[in-house]
Design a protein around this ligand. Structure first.
Ligand SMILES: O=C(CO)COP(=O)(O)O
Length: 251
């Protein structure tokens, strides 16, 4: 059985003090919920405080990006060793905003994924199509290529630790969600592509999240879909109450 994983991507919101308060509230509201793995991904400057606040609570902490090299002349970048030193659990890789505004490609995603594993940090790898690609009926092709190229060359043991987030770009921050059936269909396709690359057994272990306008009022039906193992949440992860409302979904 795959344990559901619900992650909050705070994007460029919350300073260090606000981040700590949010985790403190979240600890109270989600206490005792052991059915779900809960992850928060604050901006880099809030990581230290959030990690300290989350300690011992079961809440895991992730970064939103990292470079693949351990060090070097890469002004403004953060390395996997720097994150590892902080005791980080996860790192989001290849979010559509990184692809769109910071020129990330499937090739850099692949380098980052391999580097994350090499440093003991588990990647949450994002894929998803634009509205134009969906309207041109090329969703499965686009997402399939992102999986094949972004996740090429992994070891079998790494695949079973993998988290993939399917986030249709047109559903992010728009209040529009893919229908449950559409999300399930694309996510089942992602699992088939992974099975083609790494075998049925490994693909069955990969946890695949849906992301894009996930709220407390739509999480239950998403989680009822057989291939959806959790959510990557943006806006609704910025308040403890709404994020807890998602984390405490009815199984
Ligand atoms: O991009 C997202 C999470 O990574 C989704 O954001 P929203 O939940 O705000 O649509």
């Amino acid at each position: 059985m795959r344990k559901p994983i619900i992650a909050g991507n705070w994007k460029m919101h919350k300073n260090a003090a606000e981040g700590t308060v949010l985790v403190k509230e979240l600890k109270q509201l989600s206490a005792g919920n052991t059915n779900v793995e809960v992850v928060v991904c604050p901006p880099f400057t809030a990581l230290a405080g959030v990690i300290a606040e989350a300690k011992g609570s079961g809440i895991k902490v992730g970064a939103q990006n990292m470079h693949w090299e351990e060090k070097g002349a890469y002004t403004g970048e953060i390395s996997p060793t720097m994150l590892m030193e902080m005791g980080l659990d996860y790192v989001i890789i290849g979010h559509s905003e990184r692809r769109q505004y910071f020129s990330e490609t499937d090739e850099t995603v692949n380098k980052k994924v391999k580097s994350a594993y090499a440093h003991g940090i588990k990647p949450i790898v994002c894929v998803g199509e634009t509205l134009e690609q969906r309207e041109a009926a090329s969703t499965e092709q686009v997402v399939g290529r992102q999986i094949e190229e972004g996740l090429a060359g992994l070891e079998q043991g790494q695949v079973s630790e993998l988290v993939v987030a399917y986030e249709p770009i047109w559903a992010i921050g728009t209040g529009k969600t893919a229908s449950n059936a559409d999300a399930e269909k694309v996510i089942a396709h992602i699992r088939r592509v992974l099975a083609g690359m790494y075998g049925e057994q490994s693909a069955e272990q990969v946890r695949i999240q849906y992301g894009g306008s996930v709220k407390p009022n739509n999480i239950n039906e998403l989680m009822e879909q057989p291939n959806i193992d959790g959510a990557l949440v943006g806006g609704a992860a910025l308040q403890a109450e709404s994020f807890a409302g998602i984390v405490n979904f009815k199984a």
